[in-house]
Structure formats: C-alpha cells, structure tokens
Design a protein around this ligand. Structure first.
Ligand code: GDP
Length: 445
C-alpha cells in the first residue's frame, strides 16, 4: 500500500539524514519533494498545499536534538501531520448499530467493491461483534448482483433476504426492514445498485431508500485506486445522500495512497475500513497511525523521534533552569509562562502550587489576573522586538511608547508588565538558590 509515496519520501529523507544539521533550506527542499510526492500519489493540489504548509510551520523553529538526525526529525513532523489529517473524533471500526435492527446502507458506483464489502463487513459484525446480520441486495438491474450477494452470504454464513423478482428497491428495503424486525436481527445491510457514473436516477433511488429505512450508517464504498475520482464521488454522494463514512477498497494494490489523505481532508468524512483483497477476511479497520507509518515506510524512526522529543524537552527545561538560577528571566520566558497559565487555569493556581508563593498569589489575584489580562500581556510582549524581549532592561520611554501603541495599550500597562517580569526574575533567582532539588524544580515537575 502507498508504495509510490513511501519510496518517494524515503528518498527525500535518505538524502536529508546524511546531513548534519537541519537548515531552513533543507526543510524547504525536503518539503518541495514531499509536495511532488503527494501530488504524484494523487493527493489533490489544495490538500497537498495545506499539508505542506502545516508541516513547514511545525518544522520551522523546532529545536533539533542531538539524539536524532534532522531528517528523522522531519519524518516525525510529516508523520504527525499525516496522522492529524487522517484522524477524526470517531472510532472508525465502531459502527452505530445499537438499536436493533439497525439499517446500514451501502452505496457507491458499480465495480467499486460494494457487494464484496457488504459481505466482508457482515462477516466481521457476525464474528467480531456477535451480531445477527441480514443482507439484502437492492440491485434490481443486475440479477447477477443479487445472486452474488446470496452466494457470498452462504459462504460466510450470513442470511440474505430471499429474492423476489420484479420488486422495486424501496419495496425490497421495506421487506428487509420487516424481515429484520420479525427475525430478531441486529443489523440489516442494504447493498444498493451502482452505476458506472453518478446519475440522477441512481441518486433518487438511493434517496428514496434512505427515507424509508433511515440508515444508522451510510457507507460509501469506493475504489481506492481511482484517487481523485474517489474523492469527487464521495463529495457527490455526501451532498445528495449524506454519508457517515467511507470504505476504500483495493488498497492491497499498488495504489496511489493519496486518496486516503484527500478523502479525509476534502470531505471531512472518516475512512472507516480499507479493503485489502478479494477474500472475505480482507477488510481492516482504518488506522491512521498504521497508514501514516506505511506512507513513510519507516515505522521505527517514529518511535525513535518520539524518544528524542522527550530528550529535547528535558534539555530545554534544564537550560531554562540554569538561566533562571542566574536571574535570567526575560520576556520570552514570561510569555511562555503566561501562555502556560492560560492553559493551566490561571496564575493563582500555579502560584498556589509553589511552596512559599502564597503571598505572591494573593498579589496576583489582586492585580486582577484573568484571561483577558493575560492576552493583553502577551500582546505587549509580541509587539516587542527580539532584542527587547531578551533584554527588557533596555526599554526606554520611546521604545515603551512604540510597544504600548503596537499592542493598543497604555505605557502604564507596559510598566506593570515590566515590574512583573522583574519580580518573577528575582523570584526565580531565589528559588534557584534553594538548590538542585529546590522549589522551582519541584514546581516544574
Ligand atoms: P460492486 O459492483 O461495487 O458491488 O463491486 P464488487 O463487490 O462486485 O467487486 C468488484 C470486484 O472487485 C470483484 O472482483 C471483487 O472481488 C473485487 N474487490 C472488491 N474489493 C476488493 C479489494 O479490497 N481488493 C481487491 N484486490 N479486489 C477487490
């Protein structure tokens, strides 16, 4: 699966891994190639562009750790971004089939693997979840399709609705519902008719069936090898019928894996399963991690880089501690603390956690620290230059005026912020002197 993309990316990162340091040019070069690779893998242009942008933003300014090569670090970033794009809130393998009998509507174009997938899924529900499943073919145009489902049903030991020649799809759907209710089935799956292309008649027919059974899940089955076309098909089906998920078939082939990435990014619909062959067992739950790992074809590197990430963080904390001890607490540090506070629920609670900081906490409270104030403080820091942030003591009247104006605040606000930074700096110095196992170290744990 995804061989083209994987090989391509491997090539890019092989070249990168041989170099010592990660320069901006390296990142750019690598990402240019990633972009080409994505396009060749049939990821749509806007999706590829967006993806690259995300990766670039994440890669730029990231600390490079000693424990991994820069190439490995980029791999990790690309990997995480792939997973981000491919992951949703839902659990792909968990179908909403709690209220028996739950209707599951299978839709898609002809030849996409709809009938095969219906049977594969029925088998899975039966064996993995112990569900009683009834399958019904609504393909009144191709009697062979009805027979095909019946044959597959017999093969996997799942019941199929008896074929009544001459019945319309909606009537078959009603009959399936009735039979499922009376027969005590947990799920009934409707294998709708496909066409070679989307047409109005097909859509209307599926809509009618949908309105009769109110499916709990409407799964679109599309051929993963068709790439961009699969994405367009998904968009159309979703607009007309409303789909709850996608099954990508033929992912066992030498497919252009980009379909998975585009599918998720463009339609926002989760990929629930992937078809990996013609056999009845060749269906797997869609797993972003696995797919991303396979796209990159370098599973080990990811865990290696995760370890490295921890090292980076430890190194950073260590560096920060050393600086704090020397009383070097500048505006960058303050900004980081402020942002942390926003995340952690206020200054007061942080101070409260530090031994001996009760008084400070009270002052902070009196100063009226809330989210709005913190946002304003951060805005002030943002309007400083790099040099000013690192050395806030250089701030004289004219600089102060400029900064305050830039943040839409008063100079008096800035003075408060500076006072706070000085107090924090003193405090950090004192705490640093309390030794290695001192309060700061405790508080930072
Ligand atoms: P339908 O017209 O959408 O119902 O498509 P079918 O279920 O009849 O499938 C068409 C062909 O594709 C059949 O020969 C299937 O065996 C094959 N097929 C379906 N899913 C997969 C898959 O995941 N991988 C491979 N290699 N073949 C598949």
């Amino acid at each position: 699966m995804f061989e083209n993309l994987s090989e391509r990316l491997s090539g890019v990162f092989d070249r990168l891994t041989k170099q010592g340091a990660l320069s901006e040019d390296d990142v750019k070069t690598a990402l240019r190639e990633v972009r080409v690779a994505l396009l060749e893998a049939d990821v749509s242009l806007p999706v590829a562009r967006e993806f690259i942008k995300t990766v670039q933003d994440k890669a730029t300014g990231q600390a490079v750790t000693k424990s991994v090569t820069p190439g490995q670090q980029v791999v990790k970033i690309v990997h995480d971004a792939l997973i981000d794009t491919l992951t949703g809130d839902e659990d792909p393998g968990k179908l909403k089939i709690d209220n028996p009998p739950a209707p599951v509507l299978m839709v898609g174009l002809q030849g996409g693997g709809k009938t095969t997938t219906t049977a594969k899924l029925a088998k899975r529900l039966k064996e993995k979840e112990g569900k009683r499943v009834l399958m019904a073919s609504l393909d009144v145009y191709r009697p062979a399709a009805m027979d095909q489902l019946a044959v597959l049903g017999a093969q996997i030991g799942v019941d199929t609705l008896p074929i009544v020649p001459g019945q319309k799809p909606v009537d078959i759907a009603r009959r399936a519902k009735q039979q499922a209710t009376m027969g005590g089935y947990d799920v009934y799956m409707l294998d709708t008719a496909g066409r070679l292309q989307i047409d109005e008649v097909l859509m209307q027919e599926v809509e009618d069936v949908r309105d009769v059974v109110h499916p709990r899940e409407t799964l679109l089955v599309v051929d993963g090898l068709t790439g961009q076309v699969a994405v367009e098909v998904a968009e159309e089906f979703d607009a007309k019928i409303g789909i709850s998920g996608v099954v990508l078939t033929r992912m066992d082939g030498d497919g252009r894996g980009g379909a998975a990435l585009s599918m998720r990014a463009v339609t926002g619909k989760p990929i629930r399963f992937v078809g990996l062959g013609e056999k009845m067992d060749a269906l797997e739950t869609f797993e972003p991690e696995r797919i991303a790992g396979r796209i990159l074809g370098m599973g080990d590197i990811v865990s290696l880089v995760e370890k490295a990430q921890e090292t980076i963080e430890a190194e950073q904390a260590e560096r920060m501690m050393r600086r704090f001890k020397k009383g070097q607490f500048n505006m960058n540090d303050l900004k980081m603390q402020l942002e942390q506070m926003q995340k952690m629920g206020g200054m007061e609670s942080i101070m409260g956690m530090m031994p001996g900081m009760g008084k400070m906490a009270k002052q902070v409270q009196e100063a009226g620290f809330d989210d709005k104030v913190i946002r304003q403080q951060v805005a002030l820091i943002n309007s400083m230059t790099k040099k000013e942030r690192a050395n806030p003591q250089i701030l004289q009247a004219s600089r102060k005026k400029r900064i305050a104006k830039g943040a839409g605040m008063e100079v008096s606000d800035l003075n408060k912020l500076l006072k706070m930074q000085r107090q924090m700096s003193d405090m950090m110095k004192k705490m640093g002197k309390m030794g290695k196992g001192g309060a700061l170290k405790q508080a930072m744990k």
